[in-house]
Design a protein around this ligand. Structure first.
Ligand code: FES
Length: 117
């Protein structure tokens, strides 16, 4: 299906995250100092929504059991072997777009899943 507009830069400020659904997939969008990242909104531990967690800079802590992720790279900090599933993002004017059919992508520099750990 390609890129889908999901929100705007006006609605997702630096330091914020937001949940959305794209083509039936749950997505968490994160604005890290103007860099947009998108991941599957599912914690790799026990599949609760990452968007319920706490974001400090580029560090996201899952609300359920406290696993910690570097959301710039999509990799686990604790535990290190945990990986997030990235989606490609792009910005067109004020719009934020996500392609859930692609890992990483145009604007995102998130590492592919297999590069974690
Ligand atoms: S479900 Fe996220 S740390 Fe357990």
């Amino acid at each position: 299906m390609g890129y889908q507009a999901v929100t705007t830069l006006d609605a997702l400020w630096s330091g914020e995250m937001a949940a959305c659904a794209v083509e039936g997939k749950r997505v968490v969008l994160i604005n890290i100092d103007g860099e947009i990242r998108a991941y599957e909104d599912i914690c790799p531990h026990m599949r609760t929504p990452l968007s319920r967690g706490v974001l400090h800079g580029a560090v996201l802590t899952c609300a359920t059991h406290g696993w910690v992720f570097d959301v710039r790279a999509g990799c686990g900090i604790n535990p290190k072997q945990a990986c997030l599933t990235p989606f490609a993002t792009a910005v067109r004017g004020n719009e934020i777009l996500v392609d859930v059919g692609q890992s990483g992508g145009t604007q995102s520099t998130a590492l592919p899943h297999e590069e974690c750990a």
